[in-house]
Every structure is written in structure tokens, then in C-alpha cells.
Design a protein around this ligand. Structure first.
Ligand SMILES: Nc1ncnc2c1ncn2[C@@H]1O[C@H](COP(=O)(O)OP(=O)(O)OP(=O)(O)O)[C@@H](O)[C@H]1O
Ligand SMILES: [Mg+2]
Length: 211
């Protein structure tokens, strides 16, 4: 059985992650691979229940530290029940947001201590780390414009203001710079087809997808 791979899609609001994730899944399935497409917060029944708590309501419903703990409660359930079982049977697990979103949203933009987040990664993830992380990068105003034109009720983070989203963008770029072996920054400007080609090129380059 071929080895499972774990790919995460990260970046700010409206960058095109969910749109491009579907396209990557189609590419991989066309090659005959088993793919588990999933998302955070959520991805398992328990974690989806927590998603309702964190993505709805007023912007200040939770403090950044409380939010960090809710995200990690959800993430642990998702890792135990979906991600690890998928990887263990050789599937490619493609996840829309993962641990870097906590570093960027609750950490860089929200002010939660990086030491707390690092400890949670160590003790809660226990080595379940992405093989490849695609960080979608886009000017903040373009991303929020895209996000606003899309229908949806999960508006808590979109409503946090321009300065928050600028810190978020810098936070994601800092992660890519600190971990270049795992991360690829994807220029998320341009057409859907142009971004799709950048995503596919990164996957081939980093994961030797044709092996
Ligand atoms: N390259 C693009 N050009 C123009 N519009 C785009 C592009 N990519 C995505 N969009 C549109 O922008 C909106 C947001 O895209 P999408 O939902 O994929 O972003 P996201 O990164 O998943 O956002 P969020 O973090 O809020 O979940 C959608 O309406 C989508 O159709
Ligand atoms: Mg999305």
C-alpha cells in the first residue's frame, strides 16, 4: 500500500482555499488515489459541533485563549477520528485549514502566547503534522471582498477588521518563512485556473506525485 500524505490549505479569508481544494482533490482522484477531503474547525461530528461555537456570534464572543482551546479540542477529535485513520490506510488527507490557522488567527493576529500554541501542537498533535502546507497569499482587501460576495453565516472572523487581517497575513507568511521545507506560498491572485496550476505545480514539486 502506498503511503498516505497529509496536505493542508492555509491563508486568510476568501483566498480561494476551499475552491482550490476541490480542484486538487479532483486531480488526485483522477490519478486513482484515495482522498479524504476534510476541513477545520470541524471534520468530525464532535469537531463540527465545536465549529458552530467558534465561527458564529459576535467577534468578541470568545477571548483568543479560549478560542485556542476550543480549536484544539476540535482538532484533537478530528485528528483521532479522521486524519490518523485516513493516513494509516494510505489515503491522501487534504485539509482546509489546520494548525497554522491557530498560529495565525489566535496567535499572530489574536495575541495568544506562541508558547501555549507550541505546547498544544506538541501534546495534542503528537507528531501528526502536514507533509505539505500551501499558504494562500492575497492582499487583505481582495480576500475580504471575495469573502463578502460569497454567501454564508460564518462571519465572526471576517468581521474582525482590516488590522486583524493584516496581522493574519503577516502571521501566515512568517510561518512559511520559518518552515520552508513544509510550506509553499501560493500567489492567490489571478484566475481560478492560474491558481489551480500553481497548486498542482507545488504538489508535484514537493510530493513527487507521479511516483
Ligand atoms: N482566483 C479567484 N478569482 C476570483 N474569485 C475567486 C478566486 N478564487 C476564489 N474566488 C471566489 O472567492 C470566494 C472565496 O473563495 P473560497 O471560499 O474558496 O475562499 P476561502 O479561502 O476558502 O475562504 P475562507 O477562509 O473564508 O473559507 C468564492 O466566492 C470564490 O468563488
Ligand atoms: Mg473556505
Amino acid at each position: 500500500m502506498s503511503k498516505g500524505r497529509f496536505i493542508t490549505f492555509e491563508g486568510g479569508e476568501g483566498a480561494g482555499k476551499s475552491t482550490q481544494l476541490k480542484r486538487l482533490v479532483a486531480h488526485l482522484e483522477a490519478e486513482g488515489r484515495e482522498v479524504v477531503a476534510t476541513r477545520e474547525p470541524g471534520g468530525s461530528p464532535g469537531a463540527e459541533a465545536i465549529r458552530e461555537l467558534v465561527l458564529k456570534g459576535s467577534a468578541d464572543r470568545w477571548s483568543p485563549v479560549t478560542e485556542t482551546l476550543l480549536m484544539y479540542a476540535a482538532r484533537r477529535d478530528h485528528v483521532e477520528r479522521v486524519i490518523r485513520p485516513g493516513l494509516a490506510r494510505g489515503a491522501w488527507v487534504i485539509c482546509d485549514r489546520f494548525a497554522d490557522s491557530t498560529r495565525a488567527y489566535q496567535g499572530a493576529a489574536g495575541g495568544t502566547a506562541p508558547e501555549l500554541i507550541a505546547a498544544l501542537e506538541t501534546y495534542i498533535l503528537e507528531g501528526t503534522r502536514p507533509d505539505l502546507t500551501l499558504i494562500f497569499d492575497l492582499p487583505v482587501d481582495v480576500g475580504l471582498e471575495r469573502a463578502h460576495t460569497r454567501a454564508g453565516t460564518e462571519m465572526r472572523f471576517e468581521s474582525k477588521g482590516q488590522a486583524f487581517h493584516e496581522r493574519l497575513r503577516e502571521g501566515f507568511l512568517a510561518i512559511a518563512k520559518a518552515e520552508p521545507a513544509r510550506c509553499v506560498v501560493i500567489d492567490a491572485t489571478g484566475t481560478l485556473g492560474a491558481v489551480e496550476a500553481r497548486v498542482w505545480a507545488a504538489v508535484i514539486d514537493r510530493l513527487a506525485v507521479h511516483d
